[in-house]
Ligand binder design. Structure first.
Ligand code: GRF
Length: 205
């Protein structure tokens, strides 16, 4: 599946996809990495893997809408069949989401619908929850609000800081996100309204 990734920062999730795709352990081919940040480490990772990159700097466009139009056109030129958000720090507008003829997935470091938006791990600590985790979901026009594909919980420990909790969640992200992509790429996800289920076909059980 021709796959694009959007990332604004460090790019550890992107790196995980690069590694799995290179090893042939995931049925995706990374064909485009876009960012809103020219200095994002994610771009360096993509470049060294030989993946075409493009930066869409907000200041270069008259409006968010025109910026997203160029982004969508580029992804369509790259014939993207799946778009993965991996630490992309912007909400995609309605016209982008509705204009995209490919599924868009995101990973968020909380158990949605708890703690959407920025600093999800800090929000969880401040709230005092005992369990948090991460969520892979389809992207809609809202803030981390699309139908949920997969979730996994991690404990929140009394001595946790934002850094330790983030690290515990990130380890799970790197396992959960590719699992969700594998299900989607192999046509095993069934969507009915907000509910997404794994299709159990041909198992005979
Ligand atoms: C991850 O925690 C992800 O859940 C969130 O942003 C972070 C990105 O990390 N959406 P990285 O850039 O993939 O290392």
């Amino acid at each position: 599946m021709r796959t694009g990734v959007l990332a604004s920062g460090r790019g550890s999730n992107l790196q995980m996809f690069i590694d799995l795709a290179q090893k042939g352990e995931l049925p995706i081919e990374l064909v485009a990495v876009g960012s809103d940040q020219a200095g994002a480490q994610a771009l360096a990772r993509a470049r060294s893997a030989g993946i075409p990159v493009r930066v869409f700097t907000p200041a270069d466009y008259p409006s968010p809408h025109t910026r997203e139009e160029s982004l969508l056109t580029w992804l369509q030129e790259r014939q993207v069949e799946l778009l993965l958000l991996a630490g992309y720090m912007r909400i995609l507008g309605e016209r982008f989401v509705q204009g995209a003829d490919f599924p868009i997935l995101n990973i968020h470091p909380s158990l949605l619908p708890a703690f959407p938006g920025l600093h999800a791990q800090r929000q969880a600590l401040d709230y005092g929850v005992k369990v948090s985790g991460c969520t892979v979901h389809f992207v809609d026009e809202g803030l981390d609000s699309g139908p949920i594909i997969a979730q996994e919980a991690v404990p929140v420990l009394p001595q946790d800081t934002e850094e330790t909790l983030s690290a515990r969640i990130l380890t799970v992200e790197h396992r959960l996100y590719p699992e969700a992509v594998r299900l989607l790429a192999s046509g095993q996800l069934e969507r009915s309204g907000r509910r997404v289920a794994e299709r159990k076909s041909g198992s005979g059980h």
